[in-house]
Design a protein around this ligand. Structure first.
Ligand code: EPU
Length: 326
């Protein structure tokens, strides 16, 4: 990435007095990995986000917008530009509608909606990071997907700097996919439509989800959640072929989706370590930083997994995590 000029640096510092310089991104990522951001700006309101984007555009410097940092890998070299962290955590519950700023933590919204007597979003307790990130990647776990509750999404379309309110259909959600992954936007807020429900039952469901999570996923580790998307198949024939090769369980075949974690496990890669990055011994699709891991360790381990899965099964795993500064 190009070095910023003195003029650009001055322009940013003047327009964003609270901006931090050379902030280590390892402080802002769940993986605790990443070199310094030349500038790092905590945008406490959505107006702050918009202001920071326009400052960056006017100064002609690159910017990268992050949410909670739960699903990103930042390069060891850092980011020669402005990292804007969306930190507007406000939300409002009106009847069965929850209006949420992009910086609110998904797990917290799940708990707040249950407290307000709403049901449907209990599974959100199992999702790390913020609502903005959850919308971007159509996050899901334990049977739920955020697309099932979204009414509208407000976003700034970067191509023409226009604010757009997208309906659910216009968001073109798919498995860990949305319109926002294909056309650059900044997600600002969303409104969820939930159902009035039984608070006691909803709380029980939260407890159940938390304990399932504890059983199957690494806890308290530095990790970015699932590294890869599960492999999806449109073509029955492709799956038929695999069925013979890999003793694939019937429910995977029926769902036309093979969990990346299962494939990684099958190849005996759990516990595999490169540098200080390790494939979790608990769940094959989680990669953990054992402490002081470099982004390069993660890249090498992830490449090794992809190569082995491709060679063994002919499946090309797709990344679920986002890369910053590469
Ligand atoms: N499995 C193994 N070995 C492993 C991991 C999984 O055999 O090491 C098997 C499990 O036994 C199960 C199947 O693979 O039969 C699926 O595993 P799991 O239920 O753990 O779900 P997953 O498909 O690996 C998905 C989401 C998770 C979400 C869980 C729980 C993706 C990529 N991952 O994982 O989401 O928490 O379901 O619902 O869709 C994330 O997206 O970051 C994430 C963590």
């Amino acid at each position: 990435m190009n070095q910023l000029t003195d003029q650009q640096i001055e322009a940013v510092m003047k327009a964003l007095p609270q901006v931090k310089q050379d902030e280590s991104m390892s402080l802002h990522t769940y993986l605790k990995i990443g070199g310094p951001a030349r500038f790092f700006y905590l945008a406490k309101t959505l107006e702050d986000v918009i202001h920071a984007v326009s400052v960056s555009r006017e100064a002609g410097i690159p910017f990268s917008v992050i949410g909670g940092g739960s699903n990103i890998l930042v390069s060891d070299e850092g980011y020669e530009g402005l990292v804007i962290q969306v930190a507007d955590t406000t939300y409002k519950i009106e009847g069965n509608h929850v209006r949420i700023a992009a910086g609110a933590f998904t797990a917290l919204i799940a708990r707040a909606s249950v407290e307000a007597g709403l049901e449907g979003f209990e599974w959100g307790v199992g999702v790390p990071g913020t609502i903005g990130g959850a919308v971007y990647g159509n996050a899901g776990c334990f049977g739920g997907e955020i697309k099932d509750h979204i009414e509208t999404v407000d976003a700034l379309r970067l191509a023409d700097a226009v604010f757009v309110t997208y309906s659910n259909v216009e968001c073109r959600f798919g498995y860990r996919d949305s319109h926002f992954k294909h056309e650059p936007h900044i997600i600002l807020s969303t409104t969820l439509n939930l159902k009035m429900g039984d608070k006691i039952k909803a709380k029980e469901k939260i407890t159940e989800i938390m304990s399932k999570r504890k059983e199957t996923q690494p806890q308290g580790a530095f990790t970015a959640g699932c590294l890869f998307k599960n492999a999806s198949f449109q073509d029955e024939k492709e799956l038929e072929k695999l069925k013979h090769e890999a003793e694939i369980p019937l429910d995977f075949l029926q769902n036309k989706r093979i969990p990346a974690g299962w494939l990684i496990d099958k190849l005996g890669l759990k516990g595999k370590t490169i540098g200080r990055a390790q494939v979790s011994p608990i769940h094959g699709n989680f990669l953990v930083n054992l402490g002081q891991a470099k982004a390069q360790d993660v890249i090498q381990l992830s490449s090794l997994i992809k190569m082995k899965i491709r060679d063994e099964y002919g499946i090309l795993l797709e990344d679920e995590i986002q890369y910053v500064g590469f």
